[in-house]
Design a protein around this ligand. Structure first.
Ligand SMILES: [Zn+2]
Length: 180
């Protein structure tokens, strides 16, 4: 028997915000009051992330401009990492820089080779306000950098240059959800 329910099972699937929506392109405000309201938001983020088959989701992607993200992401050794973090700070990103395919639930159907560090440490809090560190390697390190970027108002496209960036923006314009 599980002591706790499956993440997201009590959550509500929320509408996904897509590239061009102002809430994705501005820094999120820190959470200043921990507790059940934050837990409810985390549940909704899990429900929405699983419905969209993602490996990570930040609160501003569902229109809530607060510093929260959730993840359910494998690393390169296929170890699964599941959790949430509030007021995350990327305190370390090091190791080799790897250009690997990266996607985002706010740019559905699009992927681009994006450079990320192979190792990352994020520090923040649980919804109850307990300090929590998260450390990741490989694909999970990529996820941690991608999600802390979201909280800062940065989308992975912002990290692309030249041909890769133009290609993603062109695909986004042509997508059914694309910015007008
Ligand atoms: Zn994303």
């Amino acid at each position: 028997m599980r002591k706790r329910p499956i993440p997201g099972s009590a959550g509500r699937v929320r509408a996904m915000r897509t590239l061009g929506d102002a809430v994705l392109h501005a820094p999120c405000a820190p959470v200043d009051r921990f507790g059940p309201a934050v837990a409810d938001l985390v549940e909704d983020l899990f429900a929405t992330m699983y419905a969209a088959r993602g490996v990570g989701l930040a609160a501003n992607q569902v229109g809530v401009g607060r510093q929260v993200f959730v993840y359910d992401c494998p690393d390169d050794e296929d170890v699964r990492h599941v959790g949430h973090i509030v007021n995350p700070r990327l305190v370390l990103a090091d190791g080799v820089v790897v250009r690997g395919p990266e996607g985002c639930l706010s740019l559905p159907g699009i992927e681009a080779g994006t450079e990320r560090f192979d190792h990352a440490v994020v520090e923040g809090f649980t919804w109850e306000g307990e300090p929590v560190p998260i450390e990741g390697d490989g694909f999970f390190a990529r996820c941690l950098q991608h999600e802390t970027d979201h909280v800062a108002g940065t989308v992975y496209v912002d990290r692309l240059t030249g041909r890769r960036r133009r290609k993603v923006l062109r695909a986004a314009r042509r997508a059914p959800w694309g910015p007008a």
